[in-house]
Write a protein that binds this ligand. Sequence first.
Ligand code: ACO
Length: 427
Amino acid sequence: MSDTVKVFFEGNTYEFPLIVGTEGEKAIDIQKMRQKTGLITYDPGFGNTGSCKSTITFMDGEKGILRYRGIPIEQLAEKASFKETAYLLINGMLPNQAEINRFSVLLNDHSLVHEDMQHFYQNFPRGSHPMGILSTMVNALRSFYPELKEVDEEINITVTRLLAKVRTMAAMSYKISRGHKVVYPRADLAYTANFLNMMFDSPVKPYIIDDDVVRALEVFWILHADHEQNCSTSAVRVVGSGRVNLYAAISAGISALWGPLHGGANQAVIEMLSQVHEKGIPLHRLIERAKDKKDPFRLMGFGHRVYKTYDPRAKIIKEWCHTLINKLNISDPLLDIAMELEEIAVRDDYFIENHLYPNVDFYSGIVLKAIGFPTSMFTVLFAIGRLPGWIAQWKESTDDPDWRISRPRQIYVGKPRSDYIPLEERD
Ligand code: ACO
Protein backbone atom coordinates (compact mmCIF):
# COMPACT_ATOMS: atom_id res chain seq x y z
CA MET A 1 0.00 0.00 0.00
CA SER A 2 1.29 3.44 -0.89
CA ASP A 3 2.03 5.74 2.03
CA THR A 4 0.76 8.80 0.17
CA VAL A 5 -2.50 9.94 -1.45
CA LYS A 6 -2.46 11.78 -4.77
CA VAL A 7 -4.73 14.75 -5.43
CA PHE A 8 -5.18 15.96 -9.01
CA PHE A 9 -6.17 19.59 -9.37
CA GLU A 10 -5.96 21.96 -12.35
CA GLY A 11 -3.50 19.77 -14.19
CA ASN A 12 -1.16 19.23 -11.26
CA THR A 13 -0.62 16.22 -9.00
CA TYR A 14 -0.02 16.70 -5.30
CA GLU A 15 0.94 14.01 -2.79
CA PHE A 16 -0.17 13.96 0.81
CA PRO A 17 0.82 11.54 3.59
CA LEU A 18 -1.52 8.63 4.35
CA ILE A 19 -2.10 7.97 8.06
CA VAL A 20 -3.24 4.49 9.14
CA GLY A 21 -4.67 3.88 12.63
CA THR A 22 -4.27 0.75 14.79
CA GLU A 23 -7.50 -0.74 13.43
CA GLY A 24 -6.72 0.10 9.80
CA GLU A 25 -8.62 3.41 9.59
CA LYS A 26 -7.12 5.55 6.85
CA ALA A 27 -6.82 9.33 6.59
CA ILE A 28 -5.17 11.84 4.27
CA ASP A 29 -2.97 14.25 6.17
CA ILE A 30 -4.01 17.56 4.58
CA GLN A 31 -2.12 19.88 6.93
CA LYS A 32 -0.10 21.21 3.99
CA MET A 33 -2.97 21.19 1.45
CA ARG A 34 -3.76 24.90 1.43
CA GLN A 35 -0.08 25.76 1.30
CA LYS A 36 0.54 23.43 -1.66
CA THR A 37 -2.69 23.69 -3.66
CA GLY A 38 -4.58 26.77 -2.40
CA LEU A 39 -7.49 24.48 -1.52
CA ILE A 40 -9.17 23.97 1.81
CA THR A 41 -11.60 21.15 2.62
CA TYR A 42 -15.33 21.69 3.16
CA ASP A 43 -16.90 19.41 5.77
CA PRO A 44 -19.84 20.88 7.75
CA GLY A 45 -20.31 19.01 11.03
CA PHE A 46 -16.80 17.55 10.59
CA GLY A 47 -18.24 14.17 9.55
CA ASN A 48 -15.08 13.31 7.59
CA THR A 49 -12.54 15.26 9.56
CA GLY A 50 -10.07 13.67 11.96
CA SER A 51 -9.28 16.47 14.40
CA CYS A 52 -6.57 14.57 16.30
CA LYS A 53 -4.77 11.26 16.74
CA SER A 54 -6.03 9.61 19.93
CA THR A 55 -5.16 6.55 22.01
CA ILE A 56 -8.26 6.69 24.22
CA THR A 57 -11.37 5.27 22.55
CA PHE A 58 -11.99 3.18 19.45
CA MET A 59 -15.39 3.06 17.75
CA ASP A 60 -16.49 1.21 14.64
CA GLY A 61 -19.91 2.54 13.73
CA GLU A 62 -20.59 -0.09 11.05
CA LYS A 63 -19.81 -3.04 13.33
CA GLY A 64 -21.12 -1.50 16.56
CA ILE A 65 -17.78 -1.66 18.41
CA LEU A 66 -16.76 0.54 21.32
CA ARG A 67 -13.52 0.08 23.30
CA TYR A 68 -11.80 2.19 25.96
CA ARG A 69 -8.00 1.87 25.77
CA GLY A 70 -8.56 -1.34 23.79
CA ILE A 71 -10.98 -2.98 26.27
CA PRO A 72 -14.48 -3.78 24.88
CA ILE A 73 -17.32 -1.82 26.50
CA GLU A 74 -19.18 -5.10 27.15
CA GLN A 75 -16.36 -6.34 29.43
CA LEU A 76 -16.13 -3.07 31.31
CA ALA A 77 -19.92 -2.92 31.79
CA GLU A 78 -19.87 -6.46 33.15
CA LYS A 79 -16.77 -6.44 35.33
CA ALA A 80 -15.28 -3.00 35.98
CA SER A 81 -16.22 -0.31 38.45
CA PHE A 82 -16.79 3.27 37.28
CA LYS A 83 -13.74 4.33 39.32
CA GLU A 84 -11.53 1.80 37.51
CA THR A 85 -12.97 2.91 34.17
CA ALA A 86 -12.23 6.55 34.98
CA TYR A 87 -8.67 5.63 35.99
CA LEU A 88 -8.25 3.59 32.81
CA LEU A 89 -9.38 6.43 30.57
CA ILE A 90 -7.37 9.12 32.31
CA ASN A 91 -4.15 7.17 32.93
CA GLY A 92 -4.18 4.77 29.98
CA MET A 93 -4.15 1.52 31.97
CA LEU A 94 -6.18 -0.35 34.56
CA PRO A 95 -5.05 0.45 38.11
CA ASN A 96 -3.45 -2.17 40.37
CA GLN A 97 -4.72 -2.56 43.95
CA ALA A 98 -2.38 0.08 45.41
CA GLU A 99 -3.28 2.56 42.66
CA ILE A 100 -7.04 2.12 43.03
CA ASN A 101 -6.71 2.46 46.83
CA ARG A 102 -4.79 5.71 46.42
CA PHE A 103 -7.30 6.98 43.86
CA SER A 104 -10.21 6.19 46.26
CA VAL A 105 -8.51 8.03 49.12
CA LEU A 106 -7.90 11.07 46.91
CA LEU A 107 -11.52 11.07 45.70
CA ASN A 108 -12.72 11.01 49.30
CA ASP A 109 -10.26 13.70 50.40
CA HIS A 110 -11.45 16.08 47.70
CA SER A 111 -15.18 15.36 47.81
CA LEU A 112 -16.21 18.37 49.92
CA VAL A 113 -17.20 21.60 48.20
CA HIS A 114 -16.28 25.02 49.60
CA GLU A 115 -19.17 26.18 51.81
CA ASP A 116 -19.21 29.59 50.08
CA MET A 117 -20.21 27.89 46.84
CA GLN A 118 -23.58 27.08 48.41
CA HIS A 119 -24.48 30.81 48.26
CA PHE A 120 -24.20 30.70 44.47
CA TYR A 121 -26.67 27.84 44.32
CA GLN A 122 -29.15 29.64 46.55
CA ASN A 123 -29.24 32.59 44.15
CA PHE A 124 -30.13 30.81 40.93
CA PRO A 125 -33.78 31.48 40.06
CA ARG A 126 -36.15 28.62 40.83
CA GLY A 127 -36.59 26.38 37.83
CA SER A 128 -33.04 26.98 36.49
CA HIS A 129 -31.92 23.96 34.53
CA PRO A 130 -29.32 21.92 36.48
CA MET A 131 -27.06 21.75 33.37
CA GLY A 132 -26.80 25.54 33.27
CA ILE A 133 -26.07 25.55 37.01
CA LEU A 134 -23.47 22.78 36.71
CA SER A 135 -21.65 24.43 33.85
CA THR A 136 -21.51 27.75 35.76
CA MET A 137 -20.39 26.12 38.99
CA VAL A 138 -17.64 24.07 37.33
CA ASN A 139 -16.29 27.28 35.80
CA ALA A 140 -16.52 28.93 39.22
CA LEU A 141 -14.41 26.13 40.76
CA ARG A 142 -11.35 27.85 39.26
CA SER A 143 -11.88 30.79 41.61
CA PHE A 144 -12.06 28.55 44.66
CA TYR A 145 -9.39 26.01 43.75
CA PRO A 146 -6.45 27.22 41.69
CA GLU A 147 -5.58 24.93 38.83
CA LEU A 148 -2.39 23.05 39.77
CA LYS A 149 -0.74 21.97 36.57
CA GLU A 150 3.04 22.04 36.73
CA VAL A 151 3.92 18.42 37.58
CA ASP A 152 2.03 15.12 37.26
CA GLU A 153 1.19 14.95 40.96
CA GLU A 154 -0.41 18.41 40.78
CA ILE A 155 -2.37 17.56 37.64
CA ASN A 156 -3.64 14.43 39.44
CA ILE A 157 -4.94 16.58 42.27
CA THR A 158 -6.74 18.98 39.90
CA VAL A 159 -8.26 16.05 38.01
CA THR A 160 -9.33 14.11 41.11
CA ARG A 161 -10.72 17.27 42.65
CA LEU A 162 -12.92 17.75 39.61
CA LEU A 163 -14.12 14.13 39.57
CA ALA A 164 -14.93 14.21 43.29
CA LYS A 165 -16.49 17.67 43.45
CA VAL A 166 -18.68 17.52 40.34
CA ARG A 167 -20.46 14.54 41.89
CA THR A 168 -21.00 16.43 45.17
CA MET A 169 -22.06 19.59 43.31
CA ALA A 170 -24.61 17.71 41.22
CA ALA A 171 -26.26 16.22 44.31
CA MET A 172 -26.07 19.56 46.06
CA SER A 173 -27.85 21.37 43.22
CA TYR A 174 -30.65 18.82 43.37
CA LYS A 175 -31.12 19.16 47.13
CA ILE A 176 -31.03 22.97 47.00
CA SER A 177 -33.44 23.07 44.06
CA ARG A 178 -35.93 21.18 46.24
CA GLY A 179 -35.33 23.45 49.21
CA HIS A 180 -33.81 20.55 51.18
CA LYS A 181 -30.76 20.43 53.41
CA VAL A 182 -27.56 19.41 51.63
CA VAL A 183 -26.27 15.90 52.43
CA TYR A 184 -22.48 15.78 52.80
CA PRO A 185 -20.30 13.05 51.27
CA ARG A 186 -19.44 10.12 53.56
CA ALA A 187 -15.93 8.68 53.70
CA ASP A 188 -17.27 5.16 54.36
CA LEU A 189 -19.20 5.01 51.06
CA ALA A 190 -17.78 4.18 47.63
CA TYR A 191 -18.06 6.71 44.76
CA THR A 192 -21.46 5.77 43.34
CA ALA A 193 -23.18 4.80 46.61
CA ASN A 194 -21.95 8.08 48.07
CA PHE A 195 -23.56 10.03 45.24
CA LEU A 196 -26.88 8.20 45.60
CA ASN A 197 -26.83 8.86 49.33
CA MET A 198 -26.15 12.59 48.79
CA MET A 199 -29.03 12.70 46.30
CA PHE A 200 -31.68 10.81 48.19
CA ASP A 201 -30.90 10.61 51.91
CA SER A 202 -33.06 12.77 54.16
CA PRO A 203 -33.61 13.10 57.93
CA VAL A 204 -37.18 11.84 57.53
CA LYS A 205 -36.39 9.00 55.15
CA PRO A 206 -32.88 7.54 55.37
CA TYR A 207 -31.69 6.25 52.00
CA ILE A 208 -31.19 2.50 51.82
CA ILE A 209 -28.40 1.59 49.45
CA ASP A 210 -29.33 -1.22 47.07
CA ASP A 211 -26.44 -3.01 45.30
CA ASP A 212 -28.38 -3.44 42.05
CA VAL A 213 -29.29 0.25 41.93
CA VAL A 214 -25.64 1.17 42.58
CA ARG A 215 -24.53 -1.20 39.81
CA ALA A 216 -27.13 0.12 37.35
CA LEU A 217 -25.85 3.68 37.84
CA GLU A 218 -22.23 2.48 37.59
CA VAL A 219 -23.03 0.77 34.28
CA PHE A 220 -24.80 3.90 33.02
CA TRP A 221 -21.68 5.93 33.88
CA ILE A 222 -19.28 3.37 32.37
CA LEU A 223 -21.25 3.36 29.10
CA HIS A 224 -21.10 7.17 28.94
CA ALA A 225 -17.50 7.60 30.09
CA ASP A 226 -16.07 8.41 26.65
CA HIS A 227 -17.14 8.43 23.03
CA GLU A 228 -14.18 9.83 21.12
CA GLN A 229 -14.62 13.14 19.26
CA ASN A 230 -18.34 13.79 19.84
CA CYS A 231 -19.84 17.30 20.12
CA SER A 232 -19.06 17.95 23.81
CA THR A 233 -15.60 16.32 23.71
CA SER A 234 -14.73 18.38 20.66
CA ALA A 235 -15.93 21.45 22.59
CA VAL A 236 -13.56 20.53 25.44
CA ARG A 237 -10.67 20.11 23.00
CA VAL A 238 -11.46 23.25 20.98
CA VAL A 239 -11.89 25.46 24.06
CA GLY A 240 -8.88 23.78 25.72
CA SER A 241 -6.77 24.41 22.60
CA GLY A 242 -6.62 28.09 23.57
CA ARG A 243 -4.82 26.81 26.70
CA VAL A 244 -7.64 27.84 28.99
CA ASN A 245 -7.78 26.15 32.43
CA LEU A 246 -9.25 22.66 32.78
CA TYR A 247 -12.35 23.85 34.66
CA ALA A 248 -13.31 26.26 31.85
CA ALA A 249 -12.77 23.61 29.17
CA ILE A 250 -14.98 21.12 31.07
CA SER A 251 -17.61 23.79 31.62
CA ALA A 252 -17.75 24.25 27.82
CA GLY A 253 -18.20 20.48 27.44
CA ILE A 254 -21.12 20.53 29.88
CA SER A 255 -22.79 23.33 27.90
CA ALA A 256 -22.36 21.41 24.64
CA LEU A 257 -23.75 18.23 26.20
CA TRP A 258 -26.92 20.03 27.28
CA GLY A 259 -28.41 20.12 23.75
CA PRO A 260 -31.30 17.76 22.92
CA LEU A 261 -29.45 16.39 19.89
CA HIS A 262 -26.58 15.35 22.16
CA GLY A 263 -26.69 14.53 25.91
CA GLY A 264 -30.03 16.24 26.38
CA ALA A 265 -31.59 13.44 24.32
CA ASN A 266 -32.08 11.23 27.41
CA GLN A 267 -34.42 13.86 28.87
CA ALA A 268 -36.04 14.46 25.47
CA VAL A 269 -36.77 10.71 25.08
CA ILE A 270 -38.63 10.51 28.39
CA GLU A 271 -40.57 13.67 27.55
CA MET A 272 -41.50 12.19 24.16
CA LEU A 273 -42.56 8.83 25.67
CA SER A 274 -44.51 10.59 28.45
CA GLN A 275 -46.42 12.65 25.88
CA VAL A 276 -47.28 9.50 23.97
CA HIS A 277 -48.52 7.93 27.20
CA GLU A 278 -50.42 10.92 28.55
CA LYS A 279 -52.00 12.06 25.30
CA GLY A 280 -52.45 8.59 23.83
CA ILE A 281 -50.56 9.56 20.64
CA PRO A 282 -50.59 6.59 18.24
CA LEU A 283 -47.02 5.35 17.63
CA HIS A 284 -47.42 5.24 13.85
CA ARG A 285 -48.25 8.99 14.00
CA LEU A 286 -44.90 9.60 15.75
CA ILE A 287 -43.07 7.59 13.09
CA GLU A 288 -44.86 9.48 10.30
CA ARG A 289 -43.85 12.81 11.85
CA ALA A 290 -40.21 11.66 12.16
CA LYS A 291 -40.21 10.75 8.47
CA ASP A 292 -41.86 13.97 7.30
CA LYS A 293 -39.09 16.26 5.99
CA LYS A 294 -41.30 19.33 6.46
CA ASP A 295 -41.69 18.53 10.17
CA PRO A 296 -38.66 19.36 12.37
CA PHE A 297 -39.59 16.51 14.75
CA ARG A 298 -37.04 13.70 15.09
CA LEU A 299 -37.51 10.45 16.92
CA MET A 300 -35.49 11.12 20.06
CA GLY A 301 -33.05 8.38 21.03
CA PHE A 302 -32.72 7.20 17.43
CA GLY A 303 -29.84 7.71 15.04
CA HIS A 304 -26.19 8.48 15.55
CA ARG A 305 -23.45 10.23 13.60
CA VAL A 306 -21.11 7.24 13.87
CA TYR A 307 -23.21 4.14 14.63
CA LYS A 308 -24.94 2.87 11.54
CA THR A 309 -26.04 -0.25 13.38
CA TYR A 310 -27.37 -0.90 16.90
CA ASP A 311 -25.47 1.20 19.45
CA PRO A 312 -23.60 -1.39 21.62
CA ARG A 313 -24.34 0.74 24.69
CA ALA A 314 -28.08 0.65 23.97
CA LYS A 315 -28.05 -3.17 24.10
CA ILE A 316 -26.50 -3.15 27.57
CA ILE A 317 -28.69 -0.40 29.01
CA LYS A 318 -31.84 -2.05 27.61
CA GLU A 319 -31.00 -5.20 29.59
CA TRP A 320 -30.53 -3.07 32.70
CA CYS A 321 -34.00 -1.57 32.17
CA HIS A 322 -35.52 -5.01 32.55
CA THR A 323 -33.25 -6.05 35.44
CA LEU A 324 -33.99 -2.94 37.45
CA ILE A 325 -37.70 -2.78 36.78
CA ASN A 326 -38.07 -6.45 37.80
CA LYS A 327 -35.83 -6.06 40.83
CA LEU A 328 -37.61 -2.95 42.11
CA ASN A 329 -40.94 -4.47 41.21
CA ILE A 330 -42.20 -1.41 39.38
CA SER A 331 -44.16 -1.29 36.20
CA ASP A 332 -43.27 1.52 33.84
CA PRO A 333 -45.62 2.05 30.89
CA LEU A 334 -42.85 4.09 29.21
CA LEU A 335 -40.71 0.94 28.88
CA ASP A 336 -43.56 -0.84 27.09
CA ILE A 337 -44.04 2.15 24.78
CA ALA A 338 -40.27 2.34 24.10
CA MET A 339 -40.10 -1.35 23.16
CA GLU A 340 -43.11 -1.11 20.88
CA LEU A 341 -41.73 2.03 19.24
CA GLU A 342 -38.39 0.33 18.65
CA GLU A 343 -40.16 -2.70 17.09
CA ILE A 344 -42.03 -0.45 14.65
CA ALA A 345 -39.08 1.83 13.83
CA VAL A 346 -36.48 -0.86 13.14
CA ARG A 347 -38.85 -2.47 10.59
CA ASP A 348 -39.71 0.78 8.85
CA ASP A 349 -38.06 1.39 5.45
CA TYR A 350 -37.09 4.99 6.29
CA PHE A 351 -35.26 3.93 9.45
CA ILE A 352 -33.63 0.96 7.68
CA GLU A 353 -32.45 3.06 4.71
CA ASN A 354 -31.06 5.80 6.97
CA HIS A 355 -29.48 3.26 9.37
CA LEU A 356 -31.39 4.68 12.31
CA TYR A 357 -31.27 2.45 15.39
CA PRO A 358 -31.83 3.17 19.09
CA ASN A 359 -28.88 4.96 20.65
CA VAL A 360 -27.85 4.79 24.32
CA ASP A 361 -30.30 7.54 25.25
CA PHE A 362 -33.36 5.63 24.11
CA TYR A 363 -33.42 3.34 27.16
CA SER A 364 -31.14 5.09 29.65
CA GLY A 365 -33.83 7.52 30.85
CA ILE A 366 -36.00 4.58 31.91
CA VAL A 367 -33.16 3.22 34.10
CA LEU A 368 -32.58 6.65 35.65
CA LYS A 369 -36.30 7.14 36.24
CA ALA A 370 -36.50 3.73 37.94
CA ILE A 371 -33.67 4.73 40.29
CA GLY A 372 -35.70 7.81 41.24
CA PHE A 373 -33.92 10.62 39.40
CA PRO A 374 -36.08 13.48 38.14
CA THR A 375 -35.94 14.03 34.38
CA SER A 376 -34.16 17.38 34.75
CA MET A 377 -31.15 15.58 36.33
CA PHE A 378 -30.68 13.06 33.48
CA THR A 379 -28.21 15.10 31.46
CA VAL A 380 -26.31 16.03 34.63
CA LEU A 381 -25.87 12.30 35.28
CA PHE A 382 -24.58 11.90 31.73
CA ALA A 383 -22.10 14.74 32.43
CA ILE A 384 -20.77 13.01 35.57
CA GLY A 385 -20.28 9.84 33.51
CA ARG A 386 -18.58 11.68 30.62
CA LEU A 387 -16.22 13.61 32.89
CA PRO A 388 -13.37 11.03 32.86
CA GLY A 389 -13.50 11.00 29.05
CA TRP A 390 -13.38 14.80 28.80
CA ILE A 391 -10.46 14.90 31.23
CA ALA A 392 -8.58 12.15 29.36
CA GLN A 393 -9.11 13.93 26.03
CA TRP A 394 -8.07 17.29 27.48
CA LYS A 395 -4.90 15.72 28.98
CA GLU A 396 -4.08 14.02 25.70
CA SER A 397 -4.55 17.25 23.75
CA THR A 398 -2.29 19.22 26.08
CA ASP A 399 0.53 16.66 25.53
CA ASP A 400 -0.08 16.30 21.77
CA PRO A 401 3.08 17.05 19.73
CA ASP A 402 0.79 17.97 16.78
CA TRP A 403 -1.19 20.44 18.93
CA ARG A 404 -2.29 23.73 17.33
CA ILE A 405 -4.96 26.15 18.46
CA SER A 406 -8.30 25.11 16.88
CA ARG A 407 -9.13 27.49 14.10
CA PRO A 408 -11.11 26.13 11.11
CA ARG A 409 -11.35 28.01 7.83
CA GLN A 410 -14.55 28.88 5.95
CA ILE A 411 -15.84 29.50 2.43
CA TYR A 412 -17.08 33.08 2.33
CA VAL A 413 -20.32 33.29 0.33
CA GLY A 414 -21.42 36.79 1.40
CA LYS A 415 -21.42 40.03 -0.61
CA PRO A 416 -18.37 40.98 -2.67
CA ARG A 417 -16.50 44.18 -1.78
CA SER A 418 -18.84 47.17 -1.55
CA ASP A 419 -18.29 50.75 -0.39
CA TYR A 420 -19.68 52.36 2.74
CA ILE A 421 -22.70 54.57 1.96
CA PRO A 422 -23.26 57.59 4.24
CA LEU A 423 -26.58 57.45 6.12
CA GLU A 424 -28.15 60.42 4.27
CA GLU A 425 -27.50 58.79 0.89
CA ARG A 426 -29.09 55.43 1.77
CA ASP A 427 -32.56 54.51 0.41
N1 ACO B 1 -35.54 10.84 13.46
C1 ACO B 1 -35.86 11.05 12.17
N2 ACO B 1 -34.95 11.21 11.18
C2 ACO B 1 -33.66 11.16 11.53
C3 ACO B 1 -33.24 10.94 12.86
C4 ACO B 1 -34.24 10.77 13.83
N3 ACO B 1 -33.92 10.57 15.12
N4 ACO B 1 -31.89 10.94 12.91
C5 ACO B 1 -31.47 11.16 11.66
N5 ACO B 1 -32.53 11.28 10.82
C6 ACO B 1 -32.50 11.49 9.37
C7 ACO B 1 -31.85 12.82 9.03
O1 ACO B 1 -32.81 13.85 8.95
C8 ACO B 1 -31.21 12.51 7.70
O2 ACO B 1 -32.19 12.58 6.70
P1 ACO B 1 -31.87 13.36 5.30
O3 ACO B 1 -30.63 12.68 4.76
O4 ACO B 1 -33.09 13.12 4.48
O5 ACO B 1 -31.63 14.79 5.66
C9 ACO B 1 -30.84 11.04 7.79
O6 ACO B 1 -31.66 10.48 8.82
C10 ACO B 1 -29.38 10.78 8.14
O7 ACO B 1 -29.09 11.31 9.42
P2 ACO B 1 -27.99 12.42 9.60
O8 ACO B 1 -28.61 13.76 9.38
O9 ACO B 1 -26.78 12.11 8.78
O10 ACO B 1 -27.60 12.29 11.12
P3 ACO B 1 -26.52 13.18 11.83
O11 ACO B 1 -25.28 12.39 11.94
O12 ACO B 1 -26.37 14.54 11.23
O13 ACO B 1 -27.20 13.39 13.25
C11 ACO B 1 -28.13 12.80 15.36
C12 ACO B 1 -27.09 12.46 14.28
C13 ACO B 1 -28.00 14.30 15.75
C14 ACO B 1 -27.85 11.96 16.58
C15 ACO B 1 -29.54 12.54 14.79
O14 ACO B 1 -29.65 11.16 14.46
C16 ACO B 1 -30.65 12.94 15.76
O15 ACO B 1 -31.06 14.10 15.76
N6 ACO B 1 -31.15 11.98 16.58
C17 ACO B 1 -32.15 12.30 17.59
C18 ACO B 1 -31.50 12.92 18.82
C19 ACO B 1 -30.70 11.91 19.60
O16 ACO B 1 -31.16 10.82 19.90
N7 ACO B 1 -29.48 12.32 19.98
C20 ACO B 1 -28.59 11.49 20.81
C21 ACO B 1 -27.39 11.03 20.03
S1 ACO B 1 -26.37 10.01 21.01
C22 ACO B 1 -25.58 11.09 22.02
O17 ACO B 1 -25.25 12.20 21.71
C23 ACO B 1 -25.31 10.61 23.34
